[in-house]
Design a protein around this ligand. Structure first.
Ligand SMILES: [Zn+2]
Ligand SMILES: [Zn+2]
Length: 253
């Protein structure tokens, strides 16, 4: 399986529109972060986790002409707002499977009522095949996907484990019973927002503690705010097996 970081930024992306913060003004390409999303590829299959406002730009950058589905973690706009831009795939492939945690099905139908409308649909509207995700394993072709439930502040949301790879974004805390699903990971992708604490996201120190606790072979940090600092400087301070992800980074567990 190959993993591509389509975006590694927090909800506003980096740079923030109009910001004069030094990280927002940085010339380093690794300091430019679109909204967080990854692409998973194996055999001839290609799945995307989350579909924020930068989805179109991410698909163009990576030259993608076909996808097999989109898996959602939660309902926030930075993870869902790009759903309208699946239209080129729908026109070529037909209805695109979307894997949606049970709790947010109603929310997604509310946000994108025209996509889910059965009668009098606008002919150009995106078409989706809704697959509801419960907190139990499901199959994508021959691969098992294991949902992991954790809290994003007070909101219960999903991360996903496939083989020995796990993607947990917008993470704040996790119950012991769910944490058990994260043993013996080769690669953990975990969100780390900034240096200061935050009510609904891990800060850098908290993320490093979670990594120390879970002991993956390698960890990559994502969903990064400009307030974390410059990529090059933060990376130097991290433990040897922890890396700041950046847009376009590809890894192969
Ligand atoms: Zn987010
Ligand atoms: Zn969120």
């Amino acid at each position: 399986m190959k993993i591509t970081f389509l975006g590694t930024g927090t909800s506003q992306g980096i740079p923030i529109i109009g910001s004069k913060h030094p990280v927002c003004l940085s010339d380093n390409i690794k300091d430019k972060r679109l909204r967080s999303s990854i692409m998973l590829e194996w055999s001839d299959f290609r799945y995307i986790i989350d579909c924020g406002a930068d989805f179109r730009q991410q698909m163009l950058r990576e030259n993608i002409d076909q996808i097999d589905g989109i898996i959602f973690t939660h309902e926030h706009a930075d993870h869902t707002a790009g759903l309208d831009d699946i239209r080129p795939f729908c026109h070529r492939q037909g209805a695109i499977p979307i894997y949606v945690p049970e709790r947010i099905v109603a929310n997604l139908k509310y946000r994108f009522d025209y996509i889910f409308k059965k009668k009098e649909r606008y002919p150009g509207a995106p078409s989706v095949a809704l697959k509801t995700v419960y907190n139990k394993p499901f199959m994508l072709h021959a691969k098992e996907v294991l949902p992991i439930e954790f809290l994003h502040g007070k909101l219960p949301i999903f991360g996903y484990r496939i083989d020995d790879f796990a993607y947990l974004t917008d993470f704040k805390s996790i119950e012991a019973s769910e944490k058990e699903k994260l043993s013996n990971l080769d690669i953990l992708v975990l969100s780390a927002l900034r240096i200061e604490p935050h009510a609904t996201h891990l800060n850098l120190d908290e993320a490093l503690k979670v990594i120390e606790d879970l002991q993956p072979k390698k960890a990559y940090l994502t969903h990064i705010s400009h307030k974390l600092g410059f990529h090059a400087e933060v990376q130097k301070e991290l433990p040897a097996n922890v890396f700041l992800a950046y847009d376009g980074l590809q890894i192969q567990p």
